[in-house]
Design a protein around this ligand. Structure first.
Ligand SMILES: Nc1ncnc2c1ncn2[C@@H]1O[C@H](COP(=O)(O)OP(=O)(O)O)[C@@H](O)[C@H]1O
Ligand SMILES: [Mg+2]
Length: 352
C-alpha cells in the first residue's frame, strides 16, 4: 500500500513528500527517526509488489550502486523489506531535479551545462565499469542534477535497478529478461522507454560497458538539442527498429549552437558497431573535455564558462543532414575522426 505522509517504514524512516515516480517505484523524501538524517526512500509500485524477484531487484540495485564510490553516483544507505510497504531502498536525499524534468521544463540545456553533465556522468560510469557494474538503463530520468556546496552543478546516476554486477553469483547473465533488457519487466511487459537502449541491447547480445556509453551519448544528444536521438514511435518495436537502422540527424545541424567538436564526440558515442564506438567511459569524458576545455577545465572563469561554437551553419541548407559516412570505405580506426563528421549538406551518403 502507498504510505501516508508521516508513516514509518521499517520502524526507522518517516515518510514525507513524493519526490518522483519511475517505472518500478515511487521515491519519497524521508527522515531517519533516530538520527534525523534526511533520506530518499524508494518503494516498489503496487503493480510489481507480487513479482517474484522484486526483492532481488532491490537487492541488486543496492549492491550495484554500493559497489561504486563516486561523487557522480547516488549513495545508497539501506535496503530491506517492510511487512506493510514492501521492499524499500534508502539513499541520500538529492535536491534538484532529474534531467528528464529539466529538459521538459527548459528545453535544450546550454552547451556548457550539457557537456558538464556528460563529462561527470562519464566519470561516474568509468568508476562503475572499473568496479564491474554496468548500469544498462541510462536515460534522462535516471540522471539527477543537484548543486554542490560551492554552487557548481553536480550530476548523479540514479536507479541501478537493472544494473549488472559482474561479480554477483546470484545474478547470472541470463537470470531474467530484465537482466538483459532494461525497459522490460520480469514479466516481459514494457514499463520504460526503450529509446536509450544500445543496438547490442536491442539485439540481445552480451553487454559490456560500451552499452552505457551509447545510452549516455543519446542522453547528451537530447540534453544539447532538446530532441531525442531516437524519437518515440507508436510502438516499442518501431523504436527498436529505429535504433538498429534509422540514420541519426547530425547534432550540430539539429542544434546549431552545439560546437562541431562536441557533436563529433556525441556521434562517436552513437556508433552502432561498438567496436567502432569510443572505447570506454574515460575516453568519452576526455574527448568531451578536449572538445570543450573551457567548460571542464575552466582557466579564467567559473565552471559554466561559455563554450563557443566553431563555425556558423550555412543558411542555404534546408534538408536535415544525418550522421553517416561518406561512401568511401570507413577507416579501421574507431576513434571519431573527421571522416565520421556529421554530414552538413544534402549530398548523397551511405548510412549504416
Ligand atoms: N535520491 C533521490 N533524491 C531525490 N529524488 C530522487 C532520488 N532518487 C530518485 N528520485 C526521483 O525519483 C524518480 C524515480 O526514481 P528511480 O530510482 O529512477 O525509480 P524507478 O526505478 O522507478 O525508475 C527519479 O527520476 C527522480 O526524479
Ligand atoms: Mg528510473
Amino acid at each position: 500500500m502507498d504510505p501516508k505522509p508521516g508513516a514509518v517504514v521499517a520502524g526507522k524512516y518517516r515518510i514525507g513528500d513524493l519526490l518522483g515516480s519511475g517505472a518500478m517505484g515511487n521515491v519519497y523524501a524521508g527522515v531517519h527517526v533516530d538520527i534525523g538524517r534526511r533520506v530518499a526512500i524508494k518503494l516498489m509500485n503496487h503493480a510489481f509488489a507480487d513479482a517474484p524477484d522484486v526483492r532481488a531487484r532491490f537487492r541488486r540495485e543496492a549492491r550495484a550502486a554500493s559497489a561504486v564510490e563516486s561523487d557522480y553516483i547516488v549513495q545508497i544507505f539501506d535496503a530491506g523489506h517492510d511487512d506493510t510497504y514492501g521492499s524499500y531502498l534508502v539513499s541520500e536525499l538529492l535536491v534538484g531535479e532529474d534531467l528528464a524534468a529539466r529538459i521538459a521544463r527548459t528545453g535544450p540545456l546550454d552547451v556548457s551545462t550539457a557537456v558538464t553533465i556528460g563529462y561527470q556522468i562519464a566519470r561516474g560510469l568509468a568508476k562503475a565499469h572499473a568496479a564491474g557494474v554496468i548500469h544498462r538503463d541510462l536515460k534522462p530520468s535516471n540522471l539527477f542534477l543537484t548543486v554542490r556546496d560551492d554552487g557548481a552543478l553536480l550530476a548523479k546516476i540514479l536507479d541501478f535497478g537493472v544494473a549488472k554486477l559482474l561479480s554477483d553469483p546470484s545474478d547470472p547473465p541470463s537470470a531474467s529478461s530484465a537482466s538483459q533488457s532494461p525497459g522490460l519487466t520480469v514479466t516481459g511487459s514494457v514499463v520504460g522507454t526503450p529509446q536509450y537502449m544500445s543496438p547490442e541491447q536491442v539485439d540481445g547480445m552480451v553487454l559490456d560497458g560500451r552499452t552505457d556509453l551509447w545510452s549516455l551519448a543519446a542522453v547528451v544528444y537530447e540534453a544539447l538539442s532538446g530532441k531525442p536521438a531516437f524519437p518515440s514511435r507508436p510502438s516499442f518495436v518501431e523504436v527498436l527498429a529505429s535504433i538498429l537502422r534509422e540514420p541519426i540527424a547530425a547534432l550540430d545541424f539539429v542544434a546549431p549552437q552545439v560546437p562541431h567538436q562536441v557533436a563529433l564526440v556525441v556521434h562517436a558515442g552513437l556508433e552502432r558497431d561498438r567496436s567502432r564506438r569510443i572505447p570506454d567511459a574515460t575516453a568519452f569524458a576526455e574527448r568531451l573535455a578536449q572538445a570543450c576545455p573551457e567548460v571542464i577545465f575552466p582557466r579564467t572563469g567559473p565552471l559554466h564558462a561559455f563554450c563557443d561554437h566553431d563555425e556558423d551553419i550555412p543558411v542555404s541548407i534546408v534538408e536535415v543532414p544525418f550522421w553517416g559516412h561518406a561512401s568511401t570505405a570507413p577507416s579501421s580506426d574507431h576513434a571519431a575522426t573527421e571522416e565520421h563528421a556529421p554530414v552538413r549538406g544534402p549530398e548523397s551518403r551511405s548510412f549504416r
